[in-house]
Design a protein. Structure first.
Length: 151
């Protein structure tokens, strides 16, 4: 992780593009730029216009506009808007161990039946988390009162 912290944003984006199998040529085509411009940007020799930069980020799976909208809404309303993944993370983090295990087992099962490239690494991370939960003492059914879990 230290290696990543010491890199410029452009170099980090270059690393991200490579990890996703995106070539400079393909990114250039999708952004409507030349391959040389993308190459020069990744190497810190040029800057991109704001629209070109946000398009590049979007192609790499980073939606800055949605993040800005959320920050703006939060600043204007005083309430923090969360993403679905943050909501799911919050619910899982606060669920009893048995429920977390069951949910993660179902997600691992679903991931093993999907034919999507990046799912395998996510599945492995979930399996690691599941093994950590297996080391914790599960709650017995007798620890529930009126259908509610006691922690």
């Amino acid at each position: 992780m230290e290696i990543i912290k010491d890199r410029s944003i452009a170099m980090k984006l270059s690393m991200l593009a490579k990890s996703k199998g995106m070539t400079q040529k393909r990114l250039a085509e999708l952004c409507g730029l030349s391959r040389i411009t993308i190459h020069r940007f990744f190497n810190g020799h040029t800057e991109l216009k704001c629209n070109d930069f946000t398009q590049l980020l979007r192609l790499l799976g980073i939606d800055v506009e949605t993040q800005i909208d959320g920050a703006l809404e939060s600043a204007l309303t005083g309430s923090r808007k969360t993403s679905i993944s943050e909501d799911i993370d919050y619910i899982i983090s606060n669920a009893p161990i048995n429920s977390r295990k069951t949910f993660l087992q179902q997600i691992v099962w679903l991931a093993s039946h999907l034919d999507v490239g990046e799912v395998e690494s996510a599945k492995k991370r979930l399996e690691v988390e599941l093994s950590k939960l297996s080391d914790e003492r599960p709650l017995a059914v007798s620890q529930t009162v009126g259908g509610h879990w006691n922690d």
